[in-house]
Write a protein of this length. Structure first.
Length: 202
C-alpha cells in the first residue's frame, strides 16, 4: 500500500513535523537527548537522524530500526547502523542501555504488546515521546486528511493516544516489566515518559 506523502521524502517529513510542532521540531529532539545517557542506544521508527547524530557526537553506539526503506537507506548512506524491518514481525532486539521511540507508538496501538515486549526486555531505560493532541483524532475532513498523510503504508491510522490513556499504559508497563517512571513531561503536543528499570535487591 502506498505511503502518505510525508513518508516519501525526508524534506516533506521535516516540513510536516515543523508545522505540527510549531517550528520546534529540533527542540523536541533536544528535549529527548537530555535523557539519553548510555553507551548503547536503540531507536525505533527513527525517521530522521537527529538522535543518531547526537549519539555519534557523544560516541554512543546507535542502531535504528524503521519500516521505511528510504529512511533506512539515507541512514546507511550516512554510515549509521540502520535496519529495515517490520517491528511487528521482529522476534527480539539486542540488549541496549536505552531504547527510544518518538511519535510512532500509535502505529502499534491496535496491538502494542509485542512492541512493548521488545522495548522493555531489551533496555534498562525506555524513552517514549508520543503526541497526545492529534489532528488525526478529529472526525471531520481535517482529521481524515491528517490520517491519510501520515499513513506509513498500513492504511490510514485514525486511532491515537490521549494523555490519560498513555499514562495508564505507563502504569501497567511499570508493573509488568518492573520499571519505574523517572520523568514525565509535556512538550508541545507530546507527552515524554522516561522509564528506568528497578534495581533488584540481593
Amino acid at each position: 500500500m502506498p505511503r502518505g506523502i510525508i513518508y516519501q521524502n525526508i524534506c516533506f517529513y521535516r516540513i510536516a513535523m515543523n508545522v505540527l510542532y510549531g517550528f520546534a521540531y529540533r527542540k523536541r529532539f533536544r528535549m529527548v537527548n537530555r535523557y539519553i545517557q548510555g553507551d548503547k542506544v536503540i531507536e525505533l521508527c527513527f525517521g530522521d537522524l537527529l538522535i543518531a547524530r547526537y549519539c555519534r557526537q557523544k560516541k554512543f553506539s546507535w542502531t535504528g530500526y524503521d519500516l521505511n526503506e528510504k529512511f533506512v537507506g539515507r541512514a546507511q548512506r550516512n554510515k549509521f547502523n540502520a535496519v529495515c524491518c517490520d517491528l511487528s514481525q521482529t522476534a527480539s532486539l539486542p540488549d541496549a542501555d536505552i531504547t527510544v521511540i518518538m511519535g510512532s507508538l500509535y502505529h502499534f496501538k491496535e496491538d502494542p504488546e509485542h512492541l512493548f515486549n521488545l522495548m522493555f526486555r531489551s533496555a534498562k531505560r525506555v524513552i517514549i515521546s508520543e503526541p497526545v493532541k492529534n489532528l488525526s483524532s478529529r472526525k471531520d475532513g481535517i482529521g481524515k486528511l491528517a490520517a491519510m498523510l501520515s499513513d506509513t503504508g498500513r492504511g490510514a491510522e485514525k486511532s491515537r493516544y490521549d494523555k490519560q490513556e498513555l499514562l495508564s499504559s505507563a502504569e501497567d508497563l511499570c508493573k509488568k516489566f518492573n520499571f519505574t517512571v523517572s520523568e514525565e513531561k509535556i512538550f508541545k503536543k507530546d507527552l515524554i515518559i522516561v522509564f528506568d528499570k528497578c534495581q533488584t535487591r540481593n
